[in-house]
Design a protein around this ligand. Structure first.
Ligand SMILES: Nc1ncnc2c1ncn2[C@@H]1O[C@H](COP(=O)(O)OP(=O)(O)OP(=O)(O)O)[C@@H](O)[C@H]1O
Ligand SMILES: [Mg+2]
Length: 235
């Protein structure tokens, strides 16, 4: 479903991604791990269209979308959360999610309201429905990121560190939400440092280090890889 071919990204003299190839099959859940600053969020920016690669291509369903604008990729079915939440701070939780459903999911007002209500309940934000997003705690802001991404019913869902700081039962709830999205047909790429969460859902893991993927495959095999232990797990 998603394919990155020979992708590189530079910011001036800083080379963040180098000749990266990545394929994600429809219906899979790919977990992405790697040390801080490895380029994980940059990878999402390139998939979602917030940034254009310095070289290489991004394909969605065999279509080259490398130069498709971020809002058009959203309408092609790519939904994402931002690691650093990006709500409209003066608007309520409900209004923020409505924007995602109407403009990202292209729903009519009635369908969007139903969908917004549904994902706000699902993500545990119902008691904050009318709260301006600027007044939310960081945890609730992360829930709002997830609610906005789900509101558009994405075919490809990109999750950037949404499990940090959750209690065990909150993490269980989050996993159920992600599993539901998967069961409804979404393909998922999930960047996360909370490994026990990833292990419970990922069909594959990819480890990003030094701007390239140093290991990928079945989660247990990847985590047992000596290179991964060295650079990421610090063993
Ligand atoms: N817009 C930008 N301009 C310049 N440098 C950038 C930009 N975005 C990211 N970088 C740099 O690129 C590198 C990779 O950043 P990125 O945010 O992709 O890492 P990450 O793997 O998501 O890290 P973390 O685990 O801390 O979230 C870092 O050195 C960062 O400072
Ligand atoms: Mg990041």
């Amino acid at each position: 479903m998603l394919k990155l071919v020979d992708v590189s990204k530079r910011f001036g003299a800083l080379s963040v991604l180098q000749n990266l190839d990545l394929t994600v099959a429809a219906g899979n859940v790919l977990g992405v791990i790697g040390p801080n600053g490895a380029g994980k969020t940059t990878l999402f920016n390139i998939i979602a269209g917030a940034q254009v690669p310095s070289a290489g291509q991004v394909h969605l369903d065999d279509r080259d979308i490398t130069h498709v604008k971020v809002w058009d990729r959203c309408r092609l079915g790519i939904g994402r959360t931002y690691q650093v939440p990006k709500p409209f701070t003066h608007m309520s939780v409900f209004e923020n999610v409505m924007v995602a459903a109407v403009h990202g999911g292209r729903m009519g007002i009635r369908a969007a309201k139903e969908q917004a209500q549904h994902v706000i309940e699902l993500t545990g934000l119902i008691h904050r429905l009318r709260t301006p997003a600027g007044h939310l705690s960081l945890l609730d802001l992360k829930r709002l990121e997830l609610a906005k991404a789900l509101a558009q019913k994405p075919r490809l869902l990109l999750l950037d560190e949404i499990a940090g700081g959750l209690t065990e039962s909150e993490c269980d709830t989050l996993l159920e939400i992600v599993k539901t999205a998967r069961d409804q047909g979404a393909t998922i790429v999930w960047i996360e440092h909370v490994l026990h969460a990833l292990r419970r859902i990922a069909t594959r893991l990819a480890v990003l280090h030094g701007g390239t993927i140093i290991s990928s495959g079945a989660p247990d095999e990847v985590l047992a890889d000596s290179r991964v232990k060295e650079v990421y797990l610090g063993v």
